[in-house]
Design a protein around this ligand. Structure first.
Ligand code: LR7
Ligand code: MN
Length: 577
């Protein structure tokens, strides 16, 4: 009896030992496999740990902020003294933001935690992919740039943040030269600096940053940001699960005058990026259908596009899909290019409510496009849009863009054959697929556009002056000005359904006069009828015609009189000069 028990327990011990050995071996082998994965697509075969909502604080949540005191702490606005007004004004005209104010605020200042309450209770996988945060900059204010760096160092898990890569796009400010190099030495290699030897623009500079980065994931930030509490793990978790996901933080606002940190939307609702047909970026409430796919309110949700500046991606995936189209110059449109490419070629975009990053919205663009602008004839941003829509839109949708941007037809966008070849190689889906499955809310807001019947400047026969918005924002009165032939504020369009507009705005009229107005959301029609024989513009609802006052030059609606030259208008086609 005793003997057999002893033998039994020896057997049991052997079995136990065997089991342990086998499991350790298995773990080792699978761990190897995960490490060896090269293609983002292949790695999807592995089931990976997902975030979990827990009772207590989440695993990466920091301890409560100590009570720091000083200018701008807790994200409060900081006001300079009266006698500093001059330096404030100077820095605003130099940088588009009050760098003098920023200079007085600690680089390590505290901000408000703007996240949903639930966000503090997520556990994320511990072994998230290593990350390079890439910050491209051109002549940014020192303290603003360095506060971006400090906030990333202060608020990212150390074992995940591999490096911060600063990419200087040919700045010429003195304090961004050797002073910057010696300043970052204190970070012992964690902050790396590379420089362009000519101005490349932010788009190409970012692609270069991605090439040079050493982390598995790359996160792009503008050079005037402050990341919020525990911003990084929620951005990385979806990429860890599926490397063809792009993740986007929710962008808070940092006031360009006072550096107050505040949420852009003062509510707990979810928004996502869409666009209208002139390729203006918009944000709109997320459709129920999308929200319902998730279990918890603070979970990520899918979005058709993103604002451009702040996002995370698997580095190899970003390079596999060609990074940014290298033909896009300096600024604009690259957010759409990357978004369409990701979605149509098999990836996805998720916005992440629990990751928040503040961004300084400047009052104006403080830099010019340098010699890069001279390389192209015409407006660079519209040329970028044209490349993007010619590559990614189906023919029907391309027409909507040209209806909104009639001058774009004449612009030289360069060669896009490589982009089309890439689209072919990656077997990307059609734009219609994207509209049906991803951006299905766009057509409700911005319906298909009826073709334009007339495009050009609208000349008064009596006064040979042209209708002009004067660059005012709606609602405002329209006026007439000397016809300059450049389009812009004088480029009118009248579509087949009677909508007359300039760019994305509409022209309406009532007893007070002729006005520039916001087009009614979701509509593409309007009240105007142009008679090509009499040159009159009839307002169908008021049953009156658009008239110019002979003395005051005010515009108004008058009882129609086809023989009155002050009621006669000519659409004159314009081409880029
Ligand atoms: O030639 C340049 N070279 C650069 O390196 C011009 C700019 N830059 C740097 C610049 O220093 C900054 O760090 O590039 C970064 C972005 O430039 P900004 O801050 O002037 O751009 P923006 O914030 O006005 O514009 C938005 O749209 C751009 C379109 O190309 C980029 O995608 C920006 O990253 C983007 N910013 C955001 O999405 C932040 C949220 C704004 C919103 C909505
Ligand atoms: Mn910016």
């Amino acid at each position: 009896m005793l003997l057999s028990l002893g033998r039994k327990s020896r057997y049991l011990r052997l079995i136990l030992l065997g089991t342990i050995l086998v499991s350790v071996l298995y773990l080792l082998i699978t761990y190897e496999k995960i490490d060896q994965i090269d293609s983002p697509v292949a790695s999807r075969l592995y089931h990976r740990q997902t975030p979990k909502l827990v009772q207590g604080l989440g695993n990466f949540e920091p301890k409560e902020n100590e009570n720091r005191d000083g200018p701008g702490e807790r994200g409060q606005p900081h006001h300079l003294k009266q006698n500093q007004q001059n330096s404030a004004d100077d820095s605003e005209s130099e940088y588009g933001m009050n760098v003098a104010c920023s200079d007085e605020i600690s680089l390590d200042r505290s901000i408000v935690d703007t996240r949903l309450k639930e966000c503090r209770h997520w556990d994320y996988p511990e072994n998230l992919p290593t990350t390079s945060v890439i910050i491209v900059f051109h002549n940014e204010g020192w303290s603003v740039l360095m506060r971006t760096v400090h906030s990333v160092l202060n608020r990212s898990p150390k074992h995940v943040l591999k490096e911060i890569l600063l990419v200087d796009d040919f700045s010429d400010k003195e304090n961004l030269k050797s002073k910057l190099e010696s300043y970052i030495e204190q970070f012992n290699g964690k902050v790396r600096l590379i420089r362009n030897n000519q101005r490349e623009g932010l788009i190409r500079t970012r692609s270069r940053g991605a090439q040079e980065a050493t982390g598995e994931v790359i996160v792009f930030l503008d050079a005037h940001c402050e990341v919020n509490t525990n911003w990084l793990p929620p951005l990385l978790a979806p990429i860890y699960r599926d490397p063809s996901t792009m993740t986007v933080p929710i962008i808070d606002g940092i006031d360009h005058k006072t550096f107050e940190y505040r949420p852009v939307y003062g509510d707990d609702r979810h928004y996502r990026g869409i666009f209208e047909w002139g390729m203006l970026y918009k944000e709109n409430e997320v459709p129920e259908r999308e929200l319902k796919k998730r279990k918890h309110y603070s979970e990520p949700y899918k979005s058709p596009t993103h604002a451009g500046g702040l996002f995370a991606m698997n580095r190899k995936y970003f390079l596999e899909i060609g990074a940014y189209d290298p033909g896009l110059l300096v600024w604009g449109g690259e957010n759409f290019e990357l978004s369409f490419k990701i979605w149509q070629c098999g990836g996805s975009i998720e916005w992440v409510p629990c990751s928040r990053v503040g961004h300084v919205y400047r009052s104006f663009m403080p830099y010019n496009f340098g010699s890069l602008a001279k390389k192209k004839k015409g407006p660079l941003i519209t040329i970028n849009y044209k490349r993007v829509i010619e590559t990614w839109f189906d023919p029907e949708y391309k027409e909507f863009f040209y209806t909104r941007e009639p001058m774009a037809k004449y612009l030289d966008m360069g060669d896009i054959s490589e982009q089309l070849a890439l689209k072919d190689k990656l077997k990307c889906k059609s734009f219609q697929w994207y509209m049906d499955n991803v951006a299905y809310d766009v057509l409700n807001k911005y319906p298909k556009l009826p073709p334009n019947l007339h495009v050009g400047e609208l000349r008064s026969v009596a006064a040979t002056k042209c209708l002009d918005t004067l660059g005012h924002a709606p609602p405002s009165l329209m006026a007439v000005q000397h016809c300059h032939g450049f389009g812009n504020n004088q480029l009118m369009r009248l579509n087949a359904k009677g909508q007359m507009g300039v760019g994305e705005r509409c022209i309406e009229a009532d007893g007070q006069g002729v006005k520039l107005a916001f087009c009614r959301m979701g509509t593409v029609d309007g009240p105007w009828v142009y008679d090509e024989n009499t040159y009159t513009l009839l307002h169908r609802v008021h049953k009156k015609c658009m008239a110019l006052h002979p003395q005051t030059s005010n515009l108004s609606l008058m009882p129609c009189d086809i023989n009155n030259a002050y009621q006669q208008w000519l659409f004159k086609q314009i081409k880029p000069k």
